[in-house]
Design a protein around this ligand. Structure first.
Ligand code: UDP
Ligand code: MG
Length: 318
């Protein structure tokens, strides 16, 4: 795969696929229509890059057939089911070999593919990252909508930066993609990592649609696991909470001792009560503080082993 020599940017549309054979024909048709509509803005070498994430159905056969039919369709096949986030990283790493602009979008096209045009326009105005933002979640079930919105709120309460109502539909320039590839952590949560890159960003809004065919690959257990991944990968707040809880318990123990002293002075003390209750609050407080301190150290080790870049250079005049 070679980089285009004309001055129009080469666009890659990265599509992770896990058992998506029922939707691929339709997805391809619609994404090719998008590429055709943008022939003035992007180079003819622009293409769709499917990432087969170790599917058990005919996904890879369909991709290979589509590639045989039209060279604007490319694909890579992962040996195992490595998960949506890893499939996206594999796609980004491959696309970074030939593309200048990389869009990632789900195979079911629940996200409106027609706004890719606006994304490219915004990238050409100097934005390195363009987020696709869901304007409404009317097509999602009540349960999915509520859990997703609670998740964004919890994340922001815990101090992790995420973009509200943005999933993994976004455009990145080659520079942003290369920087992202320097983040080598294994517990990937891309929508938390990308705001950390620090480049200029823009947004496009769209209405989320129904899934075209097949079913969601994110059942409840996987969704909760993903949310927990996001919280624990980006926030040390849970550990801080343990420490503060320990301090609160010690304060409560102090309050109880003042109460006990008053009772003793007023000769209203109940025998045996104070020693028992005080030891419970005092010991629990000490244990929680101990755990919190250990947690702080473990958390620091965790952040160190991620080996995230210390800084990203946005501009330079040398
Ligand atoms: N996906 C993947 N690997 C997985 C699970 C999902 O590549 O292990 C892909 C899937 O094919 C789709 C995208 O990730 O293109 C998002 O999945 P889905 O649409 O099922 O999630 P939902 O929209 O229901 O949250
Ligand atoms: Mg979907």
């Amino acid at each position: 795969m070679v980089k285009e020599s004309d001055n129009k940017p080469c666009l890659a549309i990265v599509v992770p696929c896990y058992n998506e054979s029922p939707v691929l024909e339709q997805t391809t048709e619609r994404l090719l229509a998008v590429l055709e509509g943008m022939s003035e803005a992007v180079s003819p070498g622009s293409r769709i890059l499917y990432v087969d994430d170790g599917s058990h159905d005919a996904t890879w056969d369909v991709i290979a057939q589509l590639h045989g039919r039209d060279r604007r369709i490319a694909g890579i096949s992962l040996a195992n089911n490595s998960g949506h986030q890893n499939a996206l990283m594999a796609g980004l790493a491959t696309a970074a070999r030939f593309a200048d602009l990389i869009v990632t979008i789900d195979a079911d096209l629940q996200d409106d593919e027609t706004v890719i045009n606006d994304m490219v326009r915004l990238a050409q105005k100097g934005n390195d990252i363009v987020y696709g933002i869901r304007r409404s979640r009317a097509s999602d079930t009540w349960f999915k909508r509520t859990t997703a919105q609670s998740f964004y709120r919890i994340m922001s309460c815990l101090g992790a930066k995420t973009v509200y109502n943005h999933a993994d539909y976004r455009l990145m320039t080659l520079r942003a993609a290369r920087t992202l590839l320097c983040y080598e952590e294994r517990n990937l949560f891309l929508r938390g990592l990308i705001p950390l890159l620090g480049y200029r960003t823009a947004q496009v809004n769209y209405d989320r649609k129904e899934r075209q065919a097949g079913e969601s690959k994110y059942p409840l257990a996987k969704m909760l696991g993903f949310a927990f991944e996001g919280i624990t990968s980006f926030s040390m707040s849970l550990v801080h909470m343990v420490l503060w809880l320990g301090i609160l318990f010690l304060l409560i123990a102090m309050g109880i001792s003042i109460w006990v002293a008053t009772c003793l002075l007023l000769k209203k003390a109940i025998t045996g009560w104070a020693s028992l209750i005080l030891s419970v609050w005092f010991c629990s407080g000490c244990i929680l503080i101990g755990l919190g301190i250990v947690g702080e150290y473990v958390g620091k080790i965790y952040m160190e082993v991620k080996r995230r870049p210390r800084y990203n250079i946005k501009d330079e005049r040398l």
